[in-house]
Design a protein around this ligand. Structure first.
Ligand SMILES: [Zn+2]
Ligand SMILES: [Zn+2]
Length: 374
């Protein structure tokens, strides 16, 4: 092996195997599950402090606004190079709030009202909504050509920059779990079910393999910083993230209380999160989908704790079939009706596609480059 390749391999292996971050996740029901009172930060979710910001106005300086600005920077609503995270309610923050409200189908007042704060505190995916300043959700849509805002069946699905997808010669993918996670069989079955939901609508298959290094898709539960520059944040907050094709990395926050059987009556934790709901969303990213403003879509960015959402919506299916075509056995209908209620109230319409580069995408691209050098 050449020196440069050895160096690359060292970087790669430290990237793949940051063992200190990978731990056995908390699963319910499971004999080894940790009771909620022993979990860290059980006094609240990562973003519960935002509730103290109710009614804050432009021009004010209030403790906690800086943390909110960091939140908006993380998810792409404030350009991190253009604003500092002070506690001042400045123009950057007001603009970010308005854009966020548009993306989440809220009244775009620019104010920290109750519905906005409730949405902000909801646990969600760690992938940004706005990539390099270009919104991929509602706020990035062109206004409809006609004055009629009640447009049905408008595509809200989005793609990563350049619409990366798995190439035509890679339709049968393997996936594996990080060995340190010791994922039990009943949790593995949840992943198999989640993959099958996508495989049912596109001509792709997903099969588990025991080799983590050789797998196309590598799944890991990790806590905090875990080697990819996108640290997890403890209970609730960001739940998981996955990278664009063909990086194949799917990471879940090991500090969550993951429910694997969908039965929340067996978990006493108010912070319990449904594993399959989150995994289906993240697989969408692995295949090339970005976030959608359609509330019923699996690619909607947030999900409340103790909530189960499993069916691909028409928006998800339309988006993924643009990338891969339809599974010949797909009967042409979604398992849930195409939602219309939320999108009717949106002031914007039109078909999105414009996207730019995110840190996640660049990371994925760098990773792919490293692999090709080996
Ligand atoms: Zn996501
Ligand atoms: Zn990660």
């Amino acid at each position: 092996m050449k020196k440069t390749h050895l160096f690359t391999a060292l970087i790669l292996s430290s990237f793949l195997f940051n063992f200190s971050s990978y731990a056995i996740p908390h699963f319910f029901p499971n004999a080894s599950a940790i009771p909620p009172y022993l979990l860290p930060n059980v006094t609240g979710g990562a973003w519960d402090g935002f509730q103290n910001l109710l009614g804050c106005r432009p021009g004010q300086k209030v403790d906690g606004l800086g943390k909110l600005k960091k939140y908006f920077q993380y998810f792409g609503y404030i350009n991190s190079s253009s604003a500092n995270a002070t506690d001042d309610f400045d123009d950057y923050l007001e603009s970010a709030i308005k854009t966020y409200q548009l993306n989440f189908n809220l009244n775009p007042t620019g104010e920290l009202d109750n519905p906005t704060l409730k949405q902000l505190m909801m646990p969600r995916c760690g992938i940004a909504d706005i990539i390099n300043g270009s919104s991929t959700m509602n706020s990035g849509k062109n206004p409809p050509a006609s004055a009629n805002l009640h447009i049905h069946n408008v595509a809200h699905y989005t793609f990563f920059p350049g619409s990366p997808r798995w190439p035509a010669n890679r339709r049968d993918l393997t996936y594996a779990f990080h060995p340190d996670n010791q994922v039990p069989q009943n949790a593995k079955a949840v992943f198999a079910s989640a993959f099958q939901r996508w495989a049912a609508v596109i001509p792709m298959t997903f099969v588990e393999t025991s080799s983590f290094q050789a797998a196309d898709i590598r799944i890991a539960f990790a806590s905090g910083e875990h080697g990819d520059g996108e640290p997890f944040d403890g209970v609730l907050g960001t739940l998981a993230h996955a990278f664009s094709p063909t990086s194949g990395m799917l990471h879940l926050d090991a500090d969550e209380t993951w429910v694997i059987d969908g039965d929340f009556s067996t978990s006493s934790s108010i912070f319990a999160v449904d594993l399959e709901s989150v995994v289906i969303h993240e697989i969408g990213h692995l295949l090339g989908l970005g976030h959608s403003s359609v509330v019923d879509a699996m690619m909607y960015p947030s999900i409340a704790s103790r909530t189960r959402k499993l069916n691909l919506a028409g928006d998800d299916i339309e988006g993924i079939q643009v990338l891969y075509g339809a599974n010949p056995n797909f009967n042409g209908s979604s398992t849930t009706p195409t939602p219309t209620g939320q999108r009717e109230t949106s002031p914007n319409g039109g078909v999105h596609i414009g996207v730019t580069y995110s840190s996640q995408f660049l990371l994925a691209a760098a990773f792919t480059l490293l692999l090709s050098l080996l």
